[in-house]
Design a protein around this ligand. Structure first.
Ligand code: SF4
Length: 374
């Protein structure tokens, strides 16, 4: 399996919880698209001619791209890579970008999956998060996408925020369920450094979100998924009728991918590399680059994964998935620890595989990191 990721580093507004790489200066989007095309040109051999199973436009907010910009990117991608007929092509989109005209334009591109950043259907939540869309646009974007024939839709929702009461969370899930979507991603709010929320907490302008409220909302979500027919196939991801996200699943299964654009990561099974997370420096490096050597020197850093890194990554990615990991892959030094957790109901052992129980999912990060090799 192989895929490509394209990072579009622009957003209309900075969400208060977000620490992704983006700029709110939108006056050089075209220049950035041209630079990404040049990067694809120079680095197109990264996947050693493997055919693509997926393309993912992430960000940032790739839905700010216009028809010509998307057209240019596709033209270059199709010229540089071969691909499988079943290729999944996802565009992350914000509801305020998804007017009927925009969706109509997107339906004429090769994009066959939209991942819409809804986060909440509640206006108070959206205002608190500083989202660029409102509650009416949240609903309208899904409705219109479905009307225009986009069947393969994901929406992102966030629980555990300060304004998200249990009542609102239940309502968010009910609304999502009523749309009969094939895929939903639900993330617990985390307070990341370099975010507005982090600053507010540090200055004591805001209380820390309550872990117990978030845990109860996640428990409710897991129960809700069971009765609604959503398969909980990864800690934060749910799908219907086996419609898992191909691109994300390929990350979790250790497939190769090439990332283009500022801050994008790439992985070829042996090494990981990541592009510089600065738009202006990225543009300058690409403009001056004459070939791969210049990018190796200036654009990205590379890390060769050690056996220990690969082991830790296998534990992390495997235990996040409902398929878990083969018991034999876990370091024998953790045998006693494993049986205690199995007895305590945090892990489940079945047919030689170990996976997290619902109780274990509530403390996934602690359990997974306790199995790492240091
Ligand atoms: S739109 Fe997405 S990438 Fe942009 S600031 Fe908000 S959460 Fe972050």
């Amino acid at each position: 399996m192989a895929g490509i990721y394209i990072h579009i580093p622009f957003c209309k507004k900075a969400c208060h919880y977000c620490n992704f790489h983006f700029s709110t200066q939108l006056n050089y989007v075209e220049e950035m698209v041209n630079a990404i095309i040049k990067e694809i040109d120079i680095r197109s051999s990264y996947l050693s001619a493997q055919p693509l199973d997926s393309i993912y436009f992430g960000g940032g907010t790739p839905s700010i791209l216009g028809e010509k910009q998307l057209g240019k990117l596709f033209e270059r991608i199709y010229r540089s890579f071969s691909f499988r007929d079943s290729m999944e092509i996802t565009l992350e989109a914000n509801p305020d970008d998804l007017s009927r005209e925009k969706l109509d334009m997107l339906s004429r591109t090769p994009i066959n999956r939209l991942s819409i950043g809804i986060q909440s259907f509640d206006q108070e939540d959206l205002t608190w998060m500083n989202r660029s869309h409102d509650a009416i646009q949240a609903v309208a974007s899904i409705q219109t996408a479905q009307e225009l024939g986009f069947e393969n839709l994901n929406i992102d929702l966030i629980f555990g925020g300060l304004t998200t009461t249990m009542e609102k969370w239940k309502k968010n899930l009910d609304i999502a369920n009523d749309f009969d979507l094939p895929h939903i991603s639900c993330y617990g709010l985390t307070i990341e450094e370099r975010t507005v929320l982090h600053g507010w907490i540090k200055k004591k302008k805001m209380a820390k979100p309550d872990d117990e409220i978030a845990a109860n909302q996640y428990i409710y979500l897991m129960e809700y998924a069971k009765v609604s027919g959503w398969e909980h196939y990864e800690i934060s991801n749910f799908c219907k009728n086996g419609q898992r996200a191909k691109h994300n699943t390929s990350y979790w299964e250790g497939a190769s991918y090439a990332g283009f654009g500022p801050s994008a990561h790439s992985f070829d099974g042996m090494t990981r590399q990541w592009n510089i997370a600065n738009n202006q420096i990225y543009l300058r490096i690409i403009e001056q680059a004459k070939g791969l050597e210049d990018l190796e020197k200036n654009l990205f850093q590379t890390e060769i994964l050690s056996d220990r890194d690969k082991y830790n990554e296998g534990i992390l990615l495997g235990l996040r998935q409902s398929s878990g990991i083969a018991e034999t892959t876990i370091n024998p030094g953790y045998e006693e620890q494993l049986s205690t957790w199995i007895q305590n109901g945090l892990l489940i052992k079945k047919e030689g595989r170990i996976f997290l129980s619902d109780l274990g999912k509530l403390m996934a990060d602690q359990l997974i990191s306790a199995l790492f090799l240091i």
